[in-house]
Write a protein of this length. Structure first.
Length: 418
């Protein structure tokens, strides 16, 4: 247990010393939180994103917590995530291996990078781990409730939630599975009603995210086998997963890890942060096959610690423009992070020729903060490239322009009434 505390303290120290700047998705969730708690007067809204994290971040914003404070909150969630990996693993293995499982997660570069980002991967997986722990301890209703909250935080958590429900049903034990399903629906049903009121369709966010998955994200398209080498590149000790598959006591985690890996591998868009959704299961199975000898475990820990730090990138610089306290149409949610004014996403739901023409028609009619690096066209879309060129040619003649790191940032003001 003391080594778990050392690991958590190290993660907190690293996060506080180098929190990094907010990423695009973090800024979007903060903006959505503001929108929810201001009745649409502040922030921005993207219907395809789940609502649980914006509800949480919006509450923090309402209490006066700054974006940096939200990063510290996210760091605490990440530490809780490591603790849940340990306590869940402790149900199926000894303490030494459970600490090793938590280390395998905590000593992964992607985890360290995203531990200070208010995003869905770590929070949703922490909620699901809590559900798994409660299911093992025979509290199916509460397990289902946490699984439902995980789904409301990240829609793809439905996959491991279903696997967990089927595991509770093994041997046709209806009662645990039924209580799990009722617990799952307890938070999800109000969310579906919220969608019905807001959009007129209870499943609108899921359908739109499915549609956008096929139309966007092409910058991150990778082959189906991409995750396995990416994971091993960050944490070579995960090779222990293969002998770990032979351990019966971690069969549930092997199933969760493998099926989640298959689902994510089938989706063309692949990013390192996505494997945080199934990394704990891989780590627990790997830890089950860890050597009995303490010296070998310590040697693996030291080696992985030395390997991981060069992989953690330096923080990206913040954008050179901010929205201020006047409403604007923005090409990135990052411009509106520190503003309490309303922002309209220029990039949503997707940027194409039609959207570029629409934006060009708004020059002089609406305040705009736009960068050419934020609005890429799909490869081979000549019509989009042509309209994008016209858009930024118009902005160059009518807007203030800032050049930084190869990007052009434009501040276009609303023309005064004649």
């Amino acid at each position: 247990m003391k080594w778990l505390l050392v690991l958590c303290a190290a993660v907190i120290l690293l996060g506080v010393l180098n929190p990094g700047n907010l990423f695009w998705d973090s800024a979007a969730y903060i903006g959505m939180g503001k929108w929810l708690y201001s009745d649409g007067a502040s922030g921005l809204w993207e219907p395809s994103r789940p609502v649980a994290l914006p509800l949480l971040l919006g509450a923090l914003w309402k209490l006066g917590v700054s974006p940096f404070g939200m990063q510290i909150f996210s760091l605490l969630v990440a530490v809780g995530f490591l603790a849940l990996v340990y306590f869940t693993a402790r149900e199926v293995m000894d303490e030494r291996r459970a600490v090793f499982a938590a280390f395998l997660v905590g000593a992964t570069a992607t985890f360290l990078v995203f531990s200070t980002q208010p995003m869905t991967e770590i929070l949703s997986t922490a909620l699901l781990l809590g559900g798994i722990l409660l299911a093992i301890k025979k509290h199916p209703f509460l397990a289902g409730t946490l699984a439902g909250l995980a789904f409301m935080t990240r829609f793809l958590q439905l996959i491991p939630a279903v696997i967990l429900g089927l595991w509770l049903w093994k041997g046709k034990r209806w009662n645990p599975a039924a209580f799990f399903a009722l617990g799952f629906l307890a938070p999800v049903m109000p969310y579906l009603i919220f969608n019905l009121v807001l959009y007129g369709q209870p499943f609108f966010p899921f359908l739109q995210q499915w549609q956008l998955t096929s139309q966007t994200g092409w910058l991150w398209h990778e082959p189906w086998f991409w995750y396995a080498p990416a994971l091993l590149f960050e944490n070579i000790a995960l090779l222990l997963f293969l002998p770990g598959l032979l351990k019966k006591r971690v069969r549930l985690f092997a199933l969760l890890g493998l099926l989640s890996l298959l689902v994510y591998s089938a989706i063309p868009q692949k990013e390192p942060r996505f494997f945080l959704a199934f990394l704990p299961y891989l780590a627990i199975v790997s830890a089950a096959a860890a050597p009995r000898n303490r010296v070998w475990i310590i040697a693996i820990i030291v080696l992985q610690t030395l390997l991981v730090f060069p992989l953690v990138p330096h923080a990206l610089p913040p954008p050179p423009i901010e929205m201020g306290e006047e409403a604007a149409l923005v090409s990135s949610p990052l411009y509106a992070v520190h503003s309490s004014a309303k922002a309209v996403p220029a990039y949503y739901p997707l940027f194409n020729a039609e959207r570029a023409r629409e934006l060009r028609g708004k020059i002089g009619k609406e305040r705009m903060l736009i960068s050419d690096c934020d609005l890429p066209c799909r490869p081979g879309d000549a019509a989009c490239e042509e309209e994008k060129g016209k858009l930024f040619s118009s902005l160059k003649t009518s807007s203030q322009m800032i050049e930084k790191d190869g990007c052009s940032y434009f501040i276009s003001l609303r023309n005064p009434p004649s």
